[in-house]
Design a protein around this ligand. Structure first.
Ligand SMILES: [Zn+2]
Length: 390
């Protein structure tokens, strides 16, 4: 087994210990869900698991430490059967994934490593020293997670205000890596929505097919009649409301602001020509960059809240919609591993920001790092933990 494939026993032990005390959050109807795990040292999933009691799941996890742990967004009559048809699909939650690599302007630190021990930062597919194919690693910038959080909160706002979902049926989770998941629990009837219906929801959120004429954001001429555009207001519905919110974040003048928030009544002077140039920008700002593939999939495997993400060792943590500011992309709150570790990197890195820390690493030198950070770096494939002190 090559080094990349073989996981550090100490990390497996840490995961095992975490799961012994973990408070996994499972849906009430968990008996109808398919469970899946990806164990350490295996690239394949163990799928089609089902459990009648939470204790059965916990003892399964105790025996098979998961690197990744999932349940299905779908409910099935027979979730444990292998054949998808025989499972009998009963419906699925509505799930969204906001991944930092979909967010415009998000930056990642790109790292490359070659099998002959060369490495550096940058986007290299072949090693500039020996020509070998490289392994590429990227580390998300903390700023991107903050942007992702803003996106997922905008998404929750759309689902509540535009679609009428109840806030109590919506849960938001940090993915444990570089994004956020949002789950909407649907009643039995809505849960029947197929991929096409779910795609329409995604299109609406992404603003696909948006017509600025039909939103009255541009003048419209039909034959001899002409309809003037109107500045959107916060009390409008749907996209006009979203755009008005975005406009308030721009440098428009105070009179317009007052109009948008409803303090001054409509007047002919509030036609769109005043802010025509700002509208396309406000539309862009109002888009939420959800991953379409995830939402239209009615049989998606989703990470179990409060499990660990095996790419980082971070907790899939729940966020409160009412109190989102509590979330910060910080090692202290997102990693369960406390202590220090000796870590030897395969590559030198200078002033990299990771989860509220700024680190510099020197290739092949032993560093003393916080345990959570060392686990993160090893799972990313940047080096190896040699010793743990707790
Ligand atoms: Zn090389």
């Amino acid at each position: 087994m090559s080094r990349q494939e073989s996981s550090n026993k100490q990390i497996i032990e840490l995961f095992k210990e975490y799961y012994r005390k973990a408070n996994l959050k499972l849906p009430e109807d968990f008996v109808l869900r398919e469970f899946a795990i990806q164990p350490f040292n295996s690239s394949t999933y163990i799928r089609h698991l089902s459990f009648q009691k939470i204790d059965d799941l916990l003892s399964f996890i105790e025996k098979n430490t998961p690197k990744h742990l999932y349940y299905s967004s779908a409910r099935y009559e027979n979730p444990g059967l292998k054949d998808m048809e025989s499972k009998k699909w009963l419906g699925a939650d509505l799930v969204f994934d906001i991944d930092a690599d979909h967010i415009p302007g998000c930056t990642e630190v790109k790292i490359w490593l070659c099998p002959n021990g060369h490495g550096g930062t940058g986007d290299q597919s072949t090693c500039p020293v020996c020509g070998a194919k490289t392994k590429k690693i990227s580390i998300i910038d903390d700023e991107c997670l903050v942007k992702g959080l803003d996106q997922v909160l905008r998404l929750a706002d759309i689902l509540i205000e535009d679609f009428g979902f109840n806030e109590n049926d919506i849960n938001i989770y940090f993915s444990g890596h570089r994004g956020f998941h949002l789950h909407v629990h649907l009643d039995d009837k809505l849960a029947q929505m197929g991929s096409e219906e779910r795609r329409e929801i995604v299109d609406y959120i992404l603003g696909i097919g948006l017509s600025i004429e039909s939103l009255r954001l541009a003048n419209e001429t039909r034959g001899r009649s002409r309809r003037l555009a109107l500045i959107p207001r916060i009390n409008d519905y749907g996209w006009r409301r979203r755009i008005s919110k975005s406009l308030l974040e721009t440098n428009i003048d105070d009179t317009l602001k007052k109009y948008i928030i409803g303090e001054t009544p409509p007047s002919p002077s509030t036609i769109v020509s005043k802010i025509e140039d700002t509208i396309p920008w406000a539309i862009e700002l109002s888009k939420v960059f959800v991953d379409e593939k995830v939402t239209i999939d009615t049989k998606r495997l989703i990470r179990i809240p409060f499990s660990l993400n095996g790419k980082t060792g971070l907790i899939v943590k729940e966020l409160s919609i009412k109190n989102p500011s509590v979330f910060s992309p910080s090692l202290d709150t997102l990693s369960p591993f406390k202590g220090i570790a000796k870590f030897t990197p395969d590559v030198s890195l200078k002033n990299i920001r990771i989860l509220g820390r700024k680190i510099s690493l020197e290739k092949h030198k032993t560093h003393t790092l916080e345990l959570g950070l060392a686990v993160y770096l090893e799972l990313k494939g940047i080096g190896k933990i040699t010793r743990i002190q707790r």
